[in-house]
Design a protein around this ligand. Sequence first.
Ligand SMILES: *Cc1c(COP(=O)(O)O)cnc(C)c1O
Length: 464
Amino acid sequence: MIKPRKMKFYGLKDIDDIPQLKLLTDEERFSIKVVSNVLPFRVNNYVVEDLIDWNNIPDDPIYQLTFMQKEMLTDAQFNKMADVLKKSDASPEEVKQTAEQIRLELNPHPAGQRLYNVPKIDDEPVPGVQHKYRETVLVFPSSGQTCHAYCTFCFRWAQFVGMTDLKFATDESKRFQEYLQNQTDVTDVLFTGGDPMIMSAKNLAVYIEPLLEPEFDHIQNIRIGTKSVAYWPYKFVTDRDSDDTLRLFEKIVKSGKHLAIMGHYNHWIELSTDIAQEAISKIRDTGAQIRTQSPLIKHVNNDPAIWARMWKDQLSLGLIPYYFFVERNTGAEDYFSIPLYRAYEIYREAIRGLSGLCRTVRGPSMSALPGKVAVEGIAEIKGEKVFVLTMLQGRNPDWVKRPFFAKYDENAKWLNDLKPAFGEEKFFYKDELDMIIKAKHGQMFFDVLSEENFITEASEDWDG
Ligand SMILES: *Cc1c(COP(=O)(O)O)cnc(C)c1O
């Protein structure tokens, strides 16, 4: 029998109050504080008490996933903040300015990126909506822009330290609905965040229930991207609004739409507790499906055995493995990222021993400017070693699943590190992509991107 649990958040100010951290030396705790002044830190009592193995610090994967490590900053960045914090007369303003300076060095993708792919009605942007691929529209509800705990690798970290104006998100207004109503090519709406499941059932219903009306018949699939299944499964079992949440899921399913909970699981440990399994069972009882996704992250899941176990456990709990992502180039990326060749090996080693039912997972996939680019293989063709690439999703749907080739490079970690193979000048989609960007965002925006070598380089918001 699972007892209700009261959620307790720990943030930067509470680092000395987390009992388990008393295991550390003062210096180690100070290091956590230094980094947490730059990158956002939040954890909760469930993660601390039930998911982290405190006998395995600092290597424990869930500890790495939620607690800042000294090496997430360069020595220079770390020392800069440490020096300020050690000063007896440092003002909050000085700490803040130092943090901001360091953050700008960490490729924060601030507000500008948020305006990317934002559609317009009558020349006015529709806030809180991103529409990149024909079939799927992303919706960012304004009250779902935080999480039950923050992942140290999170590519949306900048929004949690206030670098992104939350006005990019949408309120319950009719504007996003108006947009969706007129987009009859759209079959999927993906609610994302932060984490939409941080919202009360009542609030969530305000966003979702209108979509169940006949004028949205073209919307067949509702997706909710969430980490709550891993970080706060009580949401679906014993929280005050658990029942209302599950009834809302049922209502969506009964309306004839498919409800897909896109669960972010980074490690099989997150599936191993009674409460995590109970939450899964409750969600599945509503008729919703749970699909899963995660990036490959050094220090957390950099091992084919971890992925094999995770996907196997997911299958036996009735979850559907969906995307295997490449960690993107922002935040503490040097700490977390893994070269593409290795990502491909890990994927292959992990799935080749598993049931075909697990092989629904696709990747390693990079969510980049032209689309979701997957490394399909490494081959030698007429004496040249190459990466074989395809797009799982393309800005132009016609790009999907057309093989293309990049020179093999052991150090490449992202699409912008790759060069076309066989002496080609550019990848096949380049000219069309330039045209699409110009048409969508104008010449000026295009020039800015090109100047910053962004066209091939940009990583973008993704969700499953
Ligand atoms: C991944 C992604 C989607 C969803 O793509 P699917 O392949 O249908 O899961 C939608 N929008 C953006 C911006 C994405 O990155």
